[in-house]
Each structure stands twice: as C-alpha cells, then as structure tokens.
Design a protein around this ligand. Structure first.
Ligand code: T1G
Length: 697
C-alpha cells in the first residue's frame, strides 16, 4: 500500500488487520480516502496471513459520506462504487466498527462489510436526498436487502438519520458495544460469518406499505426532484437482481449529481457552515446565556420565549402589568397545548416547556438575567424608556438585545451606558419556528457579545447570520426593493396575479402580493406615511397599495387586499383592476405585457443588485450569507440556492442588463451597484468573488 497515504492506514493485531480512516474534519470519502480504501482492500484480500479485517474511523468518527466539495467537479477515479465492490470482495470477514456518523457513502461502505457494530451514540443514514441526489454507491440496493423495500423508501426518501439502537432494531446494524468498540471488533472479526449483503434476497414486498411510504416521503420532500426519483428507483429495482439494480441506480444518480438543484442544495449546505465563521471572533468566548429575559409578551416576545424554552433554557417575560402578564401566560399555555394536541409534543413536554417561561410585571426579575431581549413596540420612545430602565436593573455584563426590525440599534445602544453590551437579535415570525436569526452588530458591540448572539442562536437551533446596521438589515432591506419593483411591474402592465404566478412557478410557496395580504397591508402603509416627508422625490412611487388601504382593503383580515377572499381563496378582483388602471393612467403609463420569465429575472436582478450594495457597504460578510437569509427567512426556493447563487447561474452580465432596465423603471435608488457592474464586466460570479476574499482556515 502507498505509505504516503495517511488518510487510510493499516495496522495489525495478530491475524486481524485494522483499516483506519483518518481524514479531517469528518472522514469524508475524498479521493485520498477512496484510493487508500481501494488499495487496502486489494492488499488484504491477497494476504493469506490476515484472518479478519476491521474497518474504523478512529474515536468519534466513521465516515460522513461522499465529499460534498468534490461534487462540483467531474467524477475522479477511483470512484466509490469500485471501492465498495473491492471491500465486499475481500474473502476474509470484514467488520465495520462505527463510532460517530456513518452517513451516505459512509453507510454504503459499512453495508459492504459482513458485520456492523457500533457505539450507542453512533448514527447512520442514507441522507443523500438532502443534497438533491440519491445514494450512488449501492445504498439503494443494499438497504432494501436489510430492511425491506417499504422501510428503505421511508429511510432514503426522508433522509432519516437513525440512532444506533434503532438501526439495530431494523437490522441495519448487528449490535451495540458500550465500550472498547475496537477491541470487540478485533475479537469478532476472525470468526465472523461472511454475510454479503448484495447476495441477500429482498424481503417479501408489501405494496400498501410501499405506497404509504412513497407518498409520505414525496410530501415531506418539498419538491426536491431526487425524492421522487429515488422512490421510483427503489420500487422499480426491487424486482431486479443486484447487478441490474446497481446499474439502474448509477443511471439515475449521475444526472442528479450534475443537476442545478443538487448544486443549489450543496451550496446551501456549505453556506450554513461558512456562516458560522466570523472574522475577528476566532477564539472569542461567548458570555453565559442560561437565563434569558424577554421584554414584551406579544406575538414576537412570546415566540422568542418559546424558542428559548424549546431549547431547554429558562425565560422570564416582562409585561407592562400583571393583567398583561396573565394574558401572555395564557397565550403560551394555549400555544403549547395546541402543539401537544397536534401530536408534535407529549403533554408532559408541553407542560415542562410552559413551566420554563415566567411572565411577570416585576422588573426586578431581570437582575439575574444573562441575556435580555427587547421585543416591544416599534417606537423609538418606547425603546428609549426600556433601555434606560434595563441599564439600571441588568447585572453587569448582561447582554442587552433589541429585536427591532427597522429602528437603528446604534441609537438604541446609546440609551445605555454600556453600548458594548448591546446588539440586535432580529427574529422572524413565528419566532419559535423560523430558522433565520439576524444577529446585528452595532458600532460598539463587543466581540464576545456578538459571539454570544451567535452561540445563543445556535443553541436555539436557529441559523444566525451576522448583519451590520442599515435600514431593514440584510433581509428586509432587500425585500423592500423586491416589493417595490414588483409594484413597478404592476403599474407597468403586469397583474398582481401574473407576478405571483411567476414567483410561484419559480418555486416560492406563495407570491409576494399574496404574502402581503396574509401579513396585512396596514403596517407597510403606516411606514410609507411616516416616511413620506423624507422620501427622495427621484424615487418612483407607486400608490396602488395606498389606494387599496384607503379603500379598507388591508389584506386577508379584512376579506380583501390585492385579492378578494370572499370565496375563501385569493381571487383577482375587478375593483383592484380598476384601481390599478386609474393609477397607470395617472402615471401616464401605457401598460405592456410581461412574460413569467421577464418577471422572474427582473425581481431576481433587483434583489441581487441591492445585495451587491449591502456587500459593498460591509453590511453582510459574504454572498452566501445573503442566500441563507432569503432561503430561511423569505421563502426563496432552496432549489434555486438563494438570490445570489441564482444570479450567478443566470450570469451577471444578464443580471446587470436587467438591473439597468429596472433602474430606468425605478429611478433613484435602483441604480446598478458598483460591485455588480465590476463582477459583470469581469465576467465572474458572486461565488468566485467570495472565494477570493475567503478568510483562511
Ligand atoms: N463532505 C465534505 N465536507 C464535509 C462533509 C462532507 N460530506 N460533511 C461535513 N463536512 C465539513 C463541513 O463543511 C465542515 O467544514 C466540517 O465538515 C464539520 O461539519 C456516494 C453521494 C458529518 C454530521 O450529507 O451531516 O455520500 O466548515 O459543521 O455539526 O451515495 O456535517 O469546518 O470547513 O456540519 O459535527 C452524504 C453531511 C454525502 C453528510 C457533522 N453525507 N454532513 O456535523 O459539523 S452524499 C452527508 C453532515 C453521499 C454517496 C453520496 C454533518 C456531520 P468546515 P459540521 P457537525
């Protein structure tokens, strides 16, 4: 074997050969690992002095699957199916000793062994559909031989990760070893029976169970094409012999691997890991946040408190008086009772979580809080009062956060004598459900306070994204531009329904006018009125939404908005058409037609353009963070990878041309960003630009 390959090494214990995979950070099946495994398998197969083989990944690890970073490149030899075939062909018994994860290709490798034993904390799963692909190295053929076709449809179709005990129950693993896993594997190897999974028959099929599993997987798959493909593959190949099934798996795997959807999902996987890396925070320790307090027990405050309780922490919610505190307590009880009733939680867990939250009107309860999150009314005078009081009662070193969406958190920080302890934590409603959390770094936020915001978000199971201070932060600022341009399209000739349909066919669950109706049009209306005096007269202003509000059409809650809801569904409304026609006339616009593609490209381009401005200003650390904000907070389709990934796919020259057209339609504020122009002229992408700026490590 090639001695310079340190990714895979062989050692001996008597007649047993231990093959160890050691490739940071997670033992992915990168090329050196595949090469090492292939050589080890061939070498050991030919070595008559070897009576048994143990395959392991060192303490705490097995194999995390194929290398996601290699998937943008063409396949490289040796390919994994060949490596796995070589492992399965070893004539001596081979034991997989699994500690940590065996995911994707990792489980496929393990299933090529004769015996699989694991520590109790190990976990296994064929999770490929999460990445928009299917198991491409025999997983779709070996797993059904162990668990049956219906169960395989469920496990692969839903990308389930199983804890070791459950995997033993299903027959995927053969046993659990509490301690000394490796010693036990060595003891078992020489006498273990050869049990070649690919030679096993597929257990008797159950058509009804397969159908149920298929439907459930496709429903949960949210349109990821790989789910339907793999479900079809499992059913189709259940009647084939192993080599024919394997061939079919390969045929369906390759186009998925090369698909735009898979590239988008890989991009988002890596983006999530990248987002945790914040320059300047290396080695900075977060402060404590075991006891959290929330100021304001309204919809947002209650949702935040629930997110805190769901994560196992305790929360105090401060309300203005005892009556309001009691209302908040009953709102929380109801919310958890509803979750229990729907089967999401047991009654006991719901009660436990409810008990972790204490609504009160007593500000003295704040003295013990490590982290205080203000979620009160969006009014600077209200925030001023709260932060002055917080400054007086919070213990030294407590982190003070504001959940403001639009007010300037630097101004809020200045109400205290400890602006270094202040930051923004911008949750998205419903705060206990939505994954996105914008962590807003103010001018004076201390590094360990920012680190606390990130660690707290992670503890809550959120995706924390750092934003600088600007109007609307990353998400709402870009969203505002997107919405404004959608209204320009309507005044220029598209109907609200056409715009929404174009967005829905792009992959949004709902178009933006339907979303507006759902959230209510009055909040934005109030904001427009507040800003009327300071608006740049060079910015084009579309008054259709104002006319709707003036007519009492505030959205779903009033039965009408951009649509009419008399039938229970969003229906186009002639009254809206009349308002639009009148506004077009007043603006001197001759309406023209837009194709769905024109609408999609226009709206994507203006998002990318505003995002480029945000990057230039240093408000966001990197393009991929912006993609995460939109896919996790604004319903941007994950299969498109986010607005900047999608803009890259469209080509930045085309995007710039679109932005130039949009600038003519929009006036001041819609000008092309210098960064976008620069990237387009260099014929490069946001992704390349990010790569070039990446901080080492
Ligand atoms: N390839 C490359 N890098 C990976 C990786 C992978 N599969 N998995 C993780 N990393 C990197 C990650 O980017 C991060 O890097 C570091 O490892 C730690 O990850 C043929 C085709 C393994 C459970 O989908 O689920 O097999 O940011 O922060 O919370 O059929 O990562 O430090 O530079 O997530 O401890 C199937 C994906 C592939 C597994 C660890 N496998 N990974 O979680 O740490 S497809 C997967 C995970 C396949 C075959 C098919 C998790 C984890 P950096 P982390 P973690």
């Amino acid at each position: 074997m090639d001695q310079s390959n340190t990714a895979v090494t062989i050692s001996r214990e008597g007649a047993v050969a231990l093959v160890r995979i050691d490739f940071a950070p997670v033992n992915a099946l990168s090329r050196p690992v595949r090469q090492g495994l292939l050589e080890a398998a061939r070498e050991l197969a030919a070595d008559a002095s070897v009576r048994g083989v143990v395959l392991h990944g060192g303490p705490g690890r097995f194999i995390a699957g194929a290398d996601i970073k290699e998937m943008d490149l063409p396949l490289d030899e040796p390919i994994l199916p060949d490596v796995i075939a070589a492992i399965e062909a070893i004539p001596q018994p081979v034991v997989a000793a699994i500690d940590g994860v065996a995911l994707g290709g990792g489980l496929e490798v393990a299933m090529a062994c004769d015996l699989r034993i694991a520590t109790p904390k190990a976990s296994v799963g064929l999770v490929e559909t999460r990445l928009g692909i299917l198991p491409g190295s025999g997983g779709t053929q070996r797993l059904p031989r162990l668990v049956g076709t219906a169960k395989a449809i469920e496990l692969i179709g839903e990308a389930k990760v199983l804890r070791a005990p459950e995997a033993v129950n299903l027959g995927i693993l053969d046993g659990i070893v509490e301690d000394e896993l490796l010693a036990e594997a060595v003891r078992l190897a020489p006498g273990a029976a050869k049990r070649v999974v690919s030679a096993l028959p597929i257990p008797a099929r159950n058509e009804a169970a397969e159908e149920a599993a298929a439907q459930a997987a496709i429903k949960k798959g949210k349109g990821v094409p790989a789910v339907a493909v793999v479900v079809g593959l499992l059913r189709e190949t259940a009647a084939m012999d192993f080599p024919a099934g394997l061939k079919r798996e390969r045929e369906l795997f390759l186009p998925l691997r090369a698909s735009a959807e898979a590239a988008a999902l890989r991009h988002l996987f890596l983006a999530e890991r990248e987002a945790a890396r914040v320059p300047g925070l290396e080695g900075v320790k977060p402060r404590a946040f075991a006891h959290v307090a929330v100021i304001g027990g309204g919809t947002m405050g209650s949702g935040i408190a629930m997110a805190v309780a769901d994560a196992g922490l305790t929360a105090t919610v401060i309300e203005r008086d005892e009556a309001a505190a009691a209302t908040c307590a009953s709102r929380l009880r109801d919310a958890y009772a509803k979750q229990a009733k729907s089967g999401r939680l047991t009654d006991a867990v719901a009660a436990e979580r409810t008990a972790r939250i204490t609504p009160t009107a007593d500000w003295n309860a704040l003295a013990e809080a490590d982290l205080i999150i203000e979620a009160a009314f969006e009014d600077m005078a209200v925030k001023e009062d709260i932060f002055r009081r917080l400054d007086a009662v919070a213990k030294p070193g407590a982190v003070l956060a504001t959940n403001t969406s639009y007010l300037n958190p630097d101004e809020i920080a200045a109400f205290t004598k400890r602006p270094q302890d202040v930051l923004g934590l911008h949750f998205f409603a419903p705060a206990n459900i939505m994954k996105l959390l914008e962590v807003v770094r103010c001018a004076e936020t201390a590094p360990d306070v920012l680190a606390t915001g990130l660690a707290f978000g992670k503890k809550l199971g959120k995706l924390p994204i750092v934003s600088g201070v600007c109007e609307g932060f990353i998400g709402n600022r870009i969203y505002a531009v997107y919405r404004r341009h959608a209204e320009y399209l309507v005044e220029d000739g598209a109907s609200p329904r056409e715009v929404d349909a174009a967005l829905e066919s792009y992959g949004f669950a709902m178009g933006l006018f339907a979303v507006g109706d759902m959230s209510g049009l009055d909040i934005a209306w109030a904001m427009r009125k507040r800003r009327a005096a300071t608006r740049d007269p060079g910015e084009r202003y579309v008054a259709i939404a104002d006319r709707l509000c003036e007519a009492g059409r505030l959205g779903r809650k009033t039965g009408s908005g951009w649509y009419n809801y008399a039938s229970g569904k969003a229906e186009p409304d002639p009254a809206v058409d009349a308002i639009i026609a009148a506004e077009r006339q007043a603006a001197g616009v001759t309406p023209r037609a837009f194709t769905p593609e024109q609408i999609q490209n226009r709206l994507l381009a203006v998002m990318a353009n505003e995002a480029a401005k945000i990057l230039e200003e240093g408000i966001s650390l990197r393009p991929s963070d912006i993609d995460l904000v939109f896919t996790n907070g604004y319903g941007f389709p994950r299969l498109k990878g986010g607005p900047l990934f999608a803009a890259d796919q469209l080509g930045l020259r085309a995007v710039l041309a679109e932005v130039e057209a949009a600038a003519k339609a929009g006036g001041v504020g819609s000008e092309p960003a210098a960064l976008l122009r620069e990237l387009a002229e260099a014929n490069t992408t946001f992704k390349e630009w990010q790569r070039g700026r990446a901080t080492p490590g």
